[in-house]
Design a binder for this molecule. Structure first.
Ligand SMILES: NC(=O)c1ccc[n+]([C@@H]2O[C@H](COP(=O)([O-])OP(=O)(O)OC[C@H]3O[C@@H](n4cnc5c(N)ncnc54)[C@H](O)[C@@H]3O)[C@@H](O)[C@H]2O)c1
Length: 221
């Protein structure tokens, strides 16, 4: 399967390139990044089976313009989209398969389900989400913290705290506090290879799909 990596020189782009080196099922067609020789998608002449995006949300329009023009499925792993950029993703999904998840790890997909269930069981609990990431992370709170908060039904008292330190790949802790007990659910990514593998799994799955907007919910049944 032929891939384009968008944002290939970043921390995640480089992790993805490393993951491809050990995976005969995928071929890297273009590594696109403003700091690389292939600076923009418009320079890509050969058609890929899928684009994987780990760049910056401000690149969303150019990314989707390319994917729509070339009818290429796209796995959008970038976080921090504005409402207008998210609307562009929804609109593009009318014509091409678009996969979008703020966190492509299986563990976070399961944590999201557990958070939803726990919130239903403890309707009076105060809910605290603490996300910790490396000090270079640009958006706060993390897309995953927002994803977890959206999994909690009904208006609730949720506080989200962001911690930035060192080289942490991603820790998400959700704490439910009632008058009589505390329940803590936590996921910790050990390295970025986790997300690289998740993106490749999503890309392999997406290329067989009809146009639509997909997420980890569709991948993890
Ligand atoms: N969905 C997930 O599971 C998941 C996991 C990790 C990170 N992320 C997200 O992926 C994104 C990238 O993370 P990172 O840690 O690699 O960031 P990073 O800052 O290390 O890398 C981003 C790269 O994108 C490039 N870039 C910026 N604008 C661009 C453009 N217009 N076109 C192409 N490339 C462009 C930059 O030059 C840089 O090399 C962030 O939004 C992050 O939150 C998502």
């Amino acid at each position: 399967m032929k891939l384009i990596i968008h944002g290939a020189a970043g921390r995640m782009g480089r992790a993805l390139v490393r993951a491809l080196e050990n995976n005969g099922d995928f071929q890297l067609l273009y590594a696109v990044d403003p700091v690389l020789p292939v600076r923009a998608l418009s320079q890509c002449r050969q058609k890929a089976d899928c684009v994987i995006d780990f760049s910056h949300h401000s690149a969303t329009k150019a990314l989707l313009d390319y994917c729509l023009r070339t009818k290429t499925p796209v796995v959008v792993c970038t976080t921090g989209h504005t409402q207008a950029e998210h609307a562009l993703l929804c609109r593009a999904a009318g014509q091409i398969p678009v996969f979008h998840s703020s966190n492509v790890s299986l563990g976070i997909a399961l944590l999201t389900q557990l958070v939803s269930q726990t919130a239903q069981r403890f309707p009076d609990a105060d809910i605290t989400i603490i996300e910790t990431h490396h000090s270079q992370k640009r958006d706060a709170p993390s897309g995953t913290a927002l994803l977890l908060s959206q999994a909690i039904p009904s208006p609730r008292n949720i506080s989200i705290h962001s911690v930035r330190r060192g080289t942490v790949a991603g820790i998400h802790r959700v704490i439910f506090t009632t008058e009589s007990q505390t329940v803590t659910l936590q996921h910790e990514a050990h390295h970025r290879g986790l997300y690289a593998q998740g993106a490749l799994t999503a890309a392999a799955w997406l290329t067989g799909q009809r146009p639509g907007l997909y997420s980890m919910k569709d991948l993890v049944v």
